[in-house]
Design a binder for this molecule. Structure first.
Ligand SMILES: [Zn+2]
Length: 390
């Protein structure tokens, strides 16, 4: 039952969403929050920029506007910086306490879990995200930090309050006229990747290759993607040919849906050092769609084979071909690798007693590096495949 409409004060927040600041619905919410804000902050976000404005009220309420329109309403239970109190959210929702079950009983609507297990409630077209101190905190009273109401679904859409992430927003460097300074932004992003504030997506262009690739004129657009370790936003820096560069902030889902151009071989655009580095790097050799990839690194061959973990999940194993397997591959070629991949699939490396369990390098200490390198080798192969199709 939708008790949130009648039994809570959440409609005040939901009705203000997507309205501009002068709308009566926004006026009502401001009045409920106590009139004038005690702190107002404004910043430019992304490129082309939007203007994000954050109004904090003495009651613990907060409004976030994007280009003058309400994008999120936050109930801070733990006082936000610069505000002395938090909002009594149990009173606002008529809940017995701030555990997820108690809030659920008060709201009376469907709940879901977004990325990183963040719980939320569905309020018609809107979502109320519940930020707890830690993942298990929702079972014990006193752990709720804030409730954020917006039209963006947690886990699927980029969250408006990420516009004020203190880690990733200011990595975009602006020059004269507030226009993005691409060279300085690339440098700032690279520093943040190096110190772990951002994580680069290895299946996309490395930041260091972005400018040389754009300068080569061989591609219509190049894009590097890196994810903020703090807010989970993916920063997509795109250099299109003959158009202004952009920096789009999106969710993991949104980033995956963005087009990926095939890349020309490094010899066509890289300098001598970059070409030498590519020679030592892992490279694509062969593949069978949906089943396996064969890559080579300094003379050794590795098979990346997909296998099914359960009806809900699959994974892949990375196995270095031993002497017998190399001999069989020399004799039988591509077909032998399909047979071997089938055996890995049947003898799932996730199972105790599988002979591939110990051989699976994705279970070893270098798993992260190897996954990144295989991704990069496959990414470079995409261009080769597209050239063959032409
Ligand atoms: Zn961030």
């Amino acid at each position: 039952m939708q008790t949130w409409r009648t039994g809570t004060r959440l409609p005040l927040a939901v009705d203000a969403l997507a309205r501009d600041a002068s709308d009566p619905a926004v006026e009502r919410l401001r009045t409920a929050f106590g009139g004038d804000p005690v702190a107002v902050e404004e910043r430019l976000v992304g490129e082309p920029p939007r203007r994000a404005r954050r109004l904090r009220f003495a009651s613990g309420g907060e409004l976030l506007l994007q280009d003058g329109v309400v994008a999120a309403v936050t109930f801070h239970v733990v006082p936000a910086p610069g505000v002395s109190r938090g909002l009594d959210v149990t009173a606002w929702l008529g809940a017995t306490d701030d555990t997820l079950d108690a809030l659920h009983a008060a709201v009376g609507t469907r709940r879901g879990f977004g990325g990183l297990g963040t719980p939320y409630f569905v309020l018609d077209e809107a979502y109320a995200r519940c930020d707890y101190q830690d993942r298990r905190g929702w079972k014990e009273p006193g752990n709720l930090r804030a409730i954020v109401v917006s039209l963006e679904q947690p886990g699927r859409d980029s969250q408006p309050d990420a516009d004020f992430c203190t880690v990733c927003v200011d990595l975009l460097v602006r020059g004269p006229g507030d226009v993005m300074d691409v060279d300085a932004t690339v440098a700032a992003l690279a520093t943040a990747v190096a110190d772990g504030r951002l994580r680069a997506d290895p299946s996309r262009v490395p930041l260091a290759d972005l400018l040389p690739l754009a300068a080569s004129g061989l591609v219509d657009r190049v894009e590097a993607q890196q994810t903020c370790a703090t807010c989970g936003t993916v920063l997509c820096l795109t250099l299109p040919r003959g158009a202004d560069p952009t920096l789009v902030r999106t969710s993991l889902d949104g980033a995956r849906r963005r087009p990926m151009e095939p890349l020309p071989p490094v010899e066509a655009w890289g300098d001598a050092d970059r070409i030498a580095a590519a020679r030592d790097a892992m490279r694509y050799v062969d593949h069978e769609p949906g089943a396996w990839f064969l890559v080579e690194e300094r003379g050794a061959l590795f098979l990346d084979a997909r296998y099914v973990v359960s009806t809900m999940a699959d994974d892949s194993a990375l196995v270095r071909l031993d002497e017998d397997e190399l001999a069989a591959y020399r004799d039988e070629g591509h077909d032998y690798l399909s047979t071997l991949a089938r055996r890995i699939h049947d003898r799932g490396p996730h199972r105790e007693g599988s002979e591939f369990r110990d051989r699976d390098l994705y279970r070893g200490p270098e798993a992260r590096r190897l996954r990144d390198e295989v991704s990069a080798a496959i990414r470079d192969h995409t261009w080769i495949a597209s050239q063959r199709r032409r």
